[in-house]
Design a protein around this ligand. Structure first.
Ligand code: ATP
Length: 645
């Protein structure tokens, strides 16, 4: 049987699975040794058989095919266990309080049994080993104890010269190896989960840093808004307080998350410590294997010594042959040497077989050790990477803590500002409350005054309503009276209308009579006018009147004399200073108006001319005479009388 080969890619992608495969190969190797009928000897041709592990049932050994089925079943179970997330946590790190005491007790029992043993493992009673093989004992036993047990059993196998191994011990070895495989696979899964957790945590920290940056940039804006709000609008002041509470809650949540992360990191650190211990155990196992190799070398040395002894025996045999030829009394000695030789030959054969077997085991163990060593180196690198990740995480955490402290300081400053603003706002609120209370008192007083006024006005309006009702009643009565009177008036109007219509008809007839009379009057008037104008024409179109002004008070009455002879318009002027015709001059006019003629008499002569003007005739009147003779006096009077009439 050859050990499984591992590609570098396998080592990179799944070092834990490679370790599991290696241990499985080791297990199969041991099982194959044990499967050769309770005594695990090598065949004569030196080849290893892949024989399954036999089981004892009712004192009989079962067939190898059944054993192989069991082995396959166990391998399948092992794969399931290594892949199962429920089994990913090793029992050594179980933290449940109800199991911890039981686990400690079982682990102590296991350790006591396998460390404080008397003699070899094969000397232990099968009942005790079966007790130890119970799932609780193996599950709760420390890994170091398990490895030491494996080491002890391997030592015992090597020490046994014939390679025999008891069934129960081989089964125990197999179970322990399975348990170790399961733990290693669980650790691998755990490390993988830790890697994923670290990546997720890194993403979370990055997102938190972004959130903190956003908060740091948004906080100043909020302060600015709150300061603006504090200037005038008091009702907005409650909003910053609410926002402050929300910010505080957010910081509390972040703090809790950071504490949880710190706890998780502490757990990771503990897991890394456990892994480091496991690594140390594996290193110790490797050292033990090196001791095995050293023992193998010693065995080789021993074989060499046996060969030398054999050579010595052969030489002795040659000497004894010479002695047989020389003496008969020494017959018994060769027989004794022969028996000794036969036994030595048998022993030599056994040693040869053992040496061959050990050589093969040594080679297999060497290769497995090398692979285990490379796997351990890979694991060591993983552990180093994990430690580096842890350091980086620590740096990130310290950086985040610093940022958190800065954010906390800024938050405290912001809270302080908000408190100051809140105090100021409270003062403003108190002042406003006082003002509002004063206004409320004023409004209460005013309300009372208004209520009283309202009551008075209601009473007044009630009185007015009563009066109005009375007035309305009176008015209604008056309306009734008026209606009655209006009916009577209507009757009267109708009677009047009848009378008026009758009178109008009478007036119409009178008007017709008057119109006829008027027409006749106008006709007579026209005729009269014609006759008047004809009279005027007959009187003369050009008429000359002479008016004699009386002497004014400052004039001499004896300077001139006038004499009017009659109404025929003749006038004689007498000048006493002159004789003859020169002393009496006769003038003839249409009419002569004397000094005693009044203005009305003058107008009486002019009035027909005025009527002719109104009838449409052109008339011209002008005055002629000496300055101061009385022209203006006469004309003004005539015009005045004409317009006045
Ligand atoms: N018939 C009269 N009776 C009394 N007084 C008269 C009469 N006629 C004229 N007088 C008086 O004679 C005066 C002169 O009259 P009037 O001014 O009319 O003269 P006259 O001719 O218009 O003068 P003149 O050419 O300068 O304008 C006035 O004081 C006026 O009162």
């Amino acid at each position: 049987m050859g050990l499984p080969s591992f590609a570098p890619s396998d080592l990179e992608t799944g070092p834990m699975s490679a370790v599991v495969a290696c241990l499985l190969a080791l297990r199969d190797r041991f099982v194959s040794h044990a499967g050769e009928g309770w005594t695990c000897g090598l065949p004569q041709n030196g080849r290893m058989h892949t024989v399954g592990f036999p089981r004892r049932e009712n004192g009989q050994v079962t067939q190898n095919s059944e054993v192989r089925e069991d082995v396959k079943q166990m391998e399948t179970t092992l794969q399931k266990v290594s892949k199962s997330p429920a089994m990913s946590e090793p029992p050594s790190v179980i933290s449940r309080p109800e199991l911890s005491s039981t686990a400690r007790h079982a682990g102590r029992n296991f350790h006591e049994v396998f460390q404080l043993r008397q003699g070899g493992y094969s000397d232990l009673p099968s009942s005790k080993i079966s007790d130890m093989m119970k799932s609780t004992s193996l599950d709760n036993a420390p890994t170091q104890s398990l490895l030491s047990v494996v080491n002890g059993i391997l030592d015992e196998i090597i020490e046994r010269k014939n390679g025999e191994i008891p069934y129960h011990l081989a089964f125990l070895l197999r179970k322990i190896i399975l348990e170790v495989e399961r733990r290693i696979s669980t650790q691998a899964e755990h490390i993988r989960n830790q890697n994923n957790l670290m990546k997720a945590r890194e993403e979370k920290y990055k997102s938190r840093i972004r959130v903190l940056e956003a908060l740091a940039s948004g906080t100043s804006g909020q302060i600015h808004v709150s300061s603006n709000a504090a200037n005038g609008k008091a009702h907005v002041a409650a909003e910053p307080v609410h926002r402050m509470k929300m910010e505080k809650d957010k910081f509390e949540e972040k703090r809790q998350l950071l504490e949880e992360d710190q706890t998780k990191l502490t757990k990771d650190k503990e897991n890394v410590t456990t892994l480091t211990k496991d690594k140390e155990d594996m290193t110790r196992l490797l050292n033990d294997k090196e001791d095995i190799i050293r023992l193998m070398k010693e065995k080789e040395e021993m074989a060499r010594l046996i060969k030398e002894k054999e050579d010595t025996v052969i030489l002795k045999k040659g000497k004894d042959g010479d002695r047989n030829q020389s003496a008969d009394e020494h017959i018994a000695k060769p027989i004794m040497y022969k028996d000794e030789l036969i036994s030595l030959m048998k022993e030599k054969e056994n040693y040869k077989v053992t040496i061959m077997k050990l050589k093969l085991e040594l080679e297999a163990m060497k290769s497995s050790c090398e692979k285990s060593h490379s796997l351990l180196e890979t694991k060591n690198k993983d552990v180093v990477n994990l430690l580096k990740d842890k350091e980086n995480s620590g740096n990130v955490i310290s950086q985040l803590r610093q940022e958190l402290a800065m954010a906390r300081r800024s938050h405290e400053t912001y809270i302080q500002d908000l408190k100051t603003t809140a105090l100021q706002e409270n003062r403003n609120f108190e002042q406003r409350i006082k003002e509002v209370e004063l206004k409320l008192e004023d409004s209460t007083k005013r309300e009372r005054y208004l209520e009283e006024l309202l009551e008075a006005r209601i009473q007044t309006w009630e009185q007015k309503e009563i009066m109005l009702n009375q007035f309305v009643g009176l008015q209604m009565q008056n309306i009734q009276d008026l209606r009655l009177s209006s009916v009577s008036i209507r009757h009267e109007i109708q009677n009047c209308q009848k009378r008026w219509s009758e009178e109008l008809s009478g007036l119409g007839q009178s008007l017709k009579v008057l119109a006829n009379a008027s027409e006749k009057y106008h006709a007579a008037l026209e005729e009269n006018r014609k006759l008047f104008n004809e009279v005027q024409e007959l009187k003369g179109n050009i008429r000359v009147f002479c008016r004699i002004r009386p002497f004014l008070p400052n004039e001499d009455h004896k300077s001139s004399t006038t004499e009017i002879t009659g109404d025929n318009g003749e006038l004689i002027l007498a000048n006493p200073t002159k004789i003859g015709k020169e002393g009496n001059k006769l003038f003839k006019f249409n009419k002569v108006l004397g000094p005693t003629t009044s203005q009305d008499e003058v107008f009486r002569d002019i009035q027909p001319l005025v009527r002719s003007v109104l009838d449409g005739y052109n008339v011209c009147i002008f005055a002629y005479g000496q300055t101061g003779s009385g022209k203006t006096y006469t004309m003004i009077r005539c015009v005045y009388c004409a317009f006045s009439n």
